[in-house]
Design a protein around this ligand. Structure first.
Ligand SMILES: Cc1cc2nc3c(=O)[nH]c(=O)nc-3n(C[C@H](O)[C@H](O)[C@H](O)COP(=O)(O)O)c2cc1C
Length: 458
């Protein structure tokens, strides 16, 4: 068995969708202006990250009928941002979250292939199936797909996109002035004819084969259907499993699904989202973490959080006081729209929270902090580096999608202080391999279609 240390993979999550950004911090800047994306990407590239990651909110969140504006609201289009970032960076991968429920395969496949061209092979697609009719209404596709149907569509969507991406031979363009023929042969570009449950298309792809063949396929979804989809298509999973034993169990579950698909363990990387708070000492870090938590969870945010589960207005309650004594309104569950919450057993959850608050003597705000905090690794740079290393060596993860709390400078300190320690441990790159694609930087195997193409050409 190899004794070589497993290498850590890192991605940089631009804050602002589904995580609590401390936009009130005086160092925080715009989530819209290009300068923010540019700084964020260049810093991550300075830290040799595999990729920059953008989540996507498909509709503005609403709470009690109003736009929820206790967190940042709004962002430019994902693919436009990534294309712009491609022009000011050289090595870092560019991964966007794009829904397979509300997009169309041909357009999205073309857009992603184009990003792969413009970035010299750095594109990635986080395939999400998205949630509900509320999001769908923005696309006039309100609620037309049940959960399992969304995955059927996702599977057909990605399979079809791959057919298009593979339809151009790598040597399709000859540009032969002597013969006056632009294409190398009559069958240089295959026709795709697809009649499926969700899509019925026939035609030819208008974008030549891109440097990676197709973008790295990332997946975020946790259900058994989601995990099966990942085992079939994904090369990276963006997960939320960060507690050590839970992360190990998730890792074993998903990697265990790969042999059934004829895939090896290394063909899928698992990178959970993780926050961090760095301090000069453990006590200093704990103090800073507390400041961050209080900034992330204001009294208003804490009440809004409980209202999502209670399904009713709780503004009469003091966030610094005990949990509401009123019972939840099971019918009122649409109080928040535009955010995925996986609470099915409301009375059970409320009872558990009451018990926890009483046992630990927690106020509403403290309880919400302890439930919602994604502070992740807290400690000295050495502690954080050793924790990251431990997770990766113990097969709890292949690395992390690192989330800062402020924007766009939130990852600077991580790059300055944690990355060098990972390098010293011999578990992290000290430079990007020259001309490497995102798939190569992630240590993923080459595409089968590329291998076939090489056999064909060779
Ligand atoms: C870690 C994680 C991140 C996600 N990020 C997004 C996102 O940025 N945009 C989005 O529309 N859906 C996002 N989703 C929702 C998924 O698309 C999916 O709809 C949802 O998780 C339901 O699938 P599941 O039951 O398999 O988990 C995310 C899900 C997970 C688990």
């Amino acid at each position: 068995m190899s004794t070589a240390k497993r290498q850590v993979h890192l991605a940089a999550h631009f804050p602002g969708v589904n995580n609590t950004t401390v936009w009130t911090d005086p160092r925080s800047e715009s989530q819209v202006e290009f300068s923010s994306f540019e700084h964020f990407a260049k810093n991550a590239e300075r830290g040799f990250f595999d990729y920059l990651f953008l989540a996507e909110g498909l509709r503005l969140r609403e709470h009690k009928g109003r736009i929820h504006d206790l967190d940042v609201v709004g962002r430019p289009n994902t693919l436009a941002i990534l294309a712009a970032v491609a022009a000011v960076t050289e090595h870092i991968g560019l991964v966007g979250t794009l829904s397979s429920t509300f997009n169309e395969p041909y357009e999205l496949a073309r857009a992603l292939s184009s990003l792969d061209h413009l970035s010299n092979g750095r594109a990635g697609w986080n395939v999400v199936t998205s949630s509900d009719a509320f999001h769908g209404a923005n696309f006039r596709r309100g609620g037309f797909l049940e959960h399992s149907e969304r995955y059927t569509r996702a599977d057909e969507f990605v399979s079809l996109a791959k057919e298009w991406w593979d339809s151009w031979r790598a040597d399709a363009v000859a540009a032969d002035a002597a013969s006056g023929r632009f294409l190398s042969s009559d069958d240089a570009i295959g026709e795709v004819v697809h009649r499926g449950r969700h899509f019925d298309v026939a035609g030819r792809f208008t974008t030549p084969r891109s440097p990676q063949g197709y973008p790295v396929i990332v997946q975020a979804g946790d259900s058994p259907d989601g995990r099966d989809f990942a085992a079939h298509h994904a090369e990276v999973i963006f997960s939320l499993h960060t507690e050590f034993e839970d992360a190990q169990a998730f890792y074993a579950d998903v990697k265990g699904r790969l042999p059934g698909r004829g895939r090896t363990e290394d063909s899928l990387k698992i990178l959970p989202a993780v926050g961090f708070v760095i301090g000069d000492t453990a006590a200093d870090a704990a103090e800073r973490a507390r400041e961050v938590e209080l900034a992330q969870v204001s009294g208003q945010t804490a009440i809004a959080f409980l209202e999502q589960v209670w399904g009713r207005d709780l503004t009469a309650y003091d966030p610094e006081g005990p949990l509401p004594d009123v019972e939840p309104d099971i019918e009122g569950q649409n109080i928040t729209r535009g955010r995925v919450r996986h609470v099915t057993d409301i009375p059970g959850v409320v009872a558990a929270w009451r018990q926890k608050a009483e046992a630990e003597n927690l106020s509403i705000r403290d309880l919400v902090i302890s439930l919602s905090s994604r502070r992740g690794f807290v400690g000295t740079p050495d502690h954080i580096a050793s924790e990251i290393d431990r997770y990766v060596q113990s097969r709890a993860t292949d690395g992390f999608v690192v989330v800062g709390t402020t924007n766009p400078y939130g990852l600077d300190e991580f790059v300055d202080r944690v990355v060098p320690l990972l390098q010293e441990r011999g578990v992290y790159r000290t430079e990007y391999p020259e001309g490497a694609t995102l798939r190569e930087n992630l240590g993923l195997p080459a595409l089968e279609s590329d291998a076939e193409e090489a056999r064909h050409v060779g």
